[in-house]
Ligand binder design. Structure first.
Ligand code: DI6
Ligand code: FE
Length: 401
């Protein structure tokens, strides 16, 4: 079935940049973009269905390329503690933080985890998200990580969204391995990753490189195993301190290094040369009341592609809106609305290794797009949350959420 979507303007992101077609049309066929251009140039053959988009602005479907959306419980109690002046690191050292979510997640059934994550994902989907990456990392033993990754796969089957599963077993040290971080890394490399990868539950491997998590040497062992298994890597790096994790990520051709407030110019040079995407997470920056900004000028100067994501997680970024991240990327990180939009389309696709099929509206790519009832594309970064009127097209067919 061919469909001509017309009476719209398009911010297509074609050719790797912010590009606009006014009074455009999009011809979709078998879930892909068959043709896109000015409406006057559209060649319409037999049997084409027409859809009037009423002057909407069309963008690629939004891509949230960094979330931890599957977890048990929540940590609003820690939010209150931090408002009283207790730091994130102090809470973690006292047995709270990630460890408290691990306890709640291990205690939850697969069905409970699925139900709570589904609600959170629906919020993201109502915001125009058609592709989402979800990390494990609150299980920290083989059975619990398998439970999380299974939920992640099920979410992709049950909801109208393309889901990428990332194994973040190296997120924190589980209590069974107290003071034995190297042994836990060995367990990840020898048992967990091979088993989970063999079960088809893993699309990429991530780790948390930080003084309160894992060292660069430990992360490197995880990366080596991931590559042996044929899996791409990503890294939480330079969120709280500067350990050159992002340079390490670049050496392993990581798809992305994420957070990056404390990265150096040398890290930016390494990432630019490797094509590793910088995934910035303004929700975590805001929620932790961080004051160290990621080095935007160094990233731009060294040609590092910049993505934005929600980091949806219970500890540092309980963010249920990707458009709010666009606003924060502009307001807090001084990105332009065009850069912010590229950050949740083009560059987010690249950060998931999906650049060939997603992230822009070009012939041959998957027909995932949003027709927004807005005046200008910058409106997407302007409103602070709320729901915008829109029509969501996934694989060439309109979906309701
Ligand atoms: N960095 C983060 O911001 C999240 N994980 C990570 O490595 C925080 C996760 C949490 O506090 O639950
Ligand atoms: Fe994260």
């Amino acid at each position: 079935m061919k469909t001509l979507w017309q009476n719209c303007h398009v911010a297509s992101m074609a050719g790797g940049t912010y590009s606009i077609i006014e009074d455009a049309a999009i011809l979709t066929h078998d879930g892909h973009i068959h043709w896109i251009g000015p409406r006057v140039d559209a060649l319409v053959g037999e049997g084409v269905e027409f859809v009037d988009l009423n002057g909407a602005w069309v963008t690629p479907g939004l891509i949230d390329c960094h979330t931890h959306a599957v977890f048990g419980g929540n940590r609003s109690n820690e939010f209150e503690q931090r408002l009283q002046g207790v730091s994130y690191a102090e809470i973690a050292a006292a047995g709270g933080g990630i460890a408290s979510t691990v306890r709640a997640t291990r205690a939850a059934s697969e069905e409970e985890l699925l139900a709570s994550a589904r609600r959170r994902l629906v919020s993201l989907l109502r915001d125009g998200v058609t592709t989402v990456e979800i990390k494990s990392g609150y299980g920290l033993d083989l059975a619990s990580e398998r439970k999380l990754l299974s939920v992640i796969r099920r979410l992709g089957h049950e909801l109208p969204v393309t889901v990428r599963a990332t194994c973040l077993a190296a997120h924190a040290l589980p209590p069974e391995y107290k003071d034995r971080a190297d042994d836990y890394i060995a367990h990840i490399c020898d048992e967990m990753l091979p088993a989970l990868a063999a079960e088809g539950l893993v699309d990429a491997v991530d780790a948390f490189c930080e003084y309160l998590a894992f060292s660069p040497a430990q992360v490197e062992r995880v990366f080596i195993k991931a590559h042996e298994l044929g899996l791409p890597v990503k890294l939480h790096a330079e969120q709280l301190s500067s350990l050159a994790g992002s340079s390490l990520a670049a050496r392993y051709q990581a798809l992305s290094a994420d957070h990056l407030e404390f990265m150096t110019e040398d890290d930016a040079i390494a990432m630019g040369q490797a094509g590793t995407v910088a995934v910035l997470l303004p929700g975590a920056y805001y929620f932790l009341r961080e004051t160290q900004l990621p080095p935007m000028d160094a990233l731009r100067k060294h040609g590092v592609a910049i993505a934005l994501a929600s980091d949806l997680n219970p500890g540092t970024s309980p963010a249920l809106s990707v458009r709010l991240m666009l606003n924060m990327g502009c307001t807090l990180f001084r990105m332009t609305p065009e850069e912010a939009l590229a950050g949740v389309t083009l560059n987010a696709a690249k950060a998931l290794g999906m650049g060939a099929t997603h992230g822009s509206l070009e012939v041959g790519k998957v027909a995932d797009f949003i027709a927004w009832d807005i005046e200008r594309p910058a409106d997407l970064a302007y409103w602070l949350g709320g729901e915008l009127n829109k029509r969501v097209v996934r694989h060439g067919a309109e979906v309701t959420i």
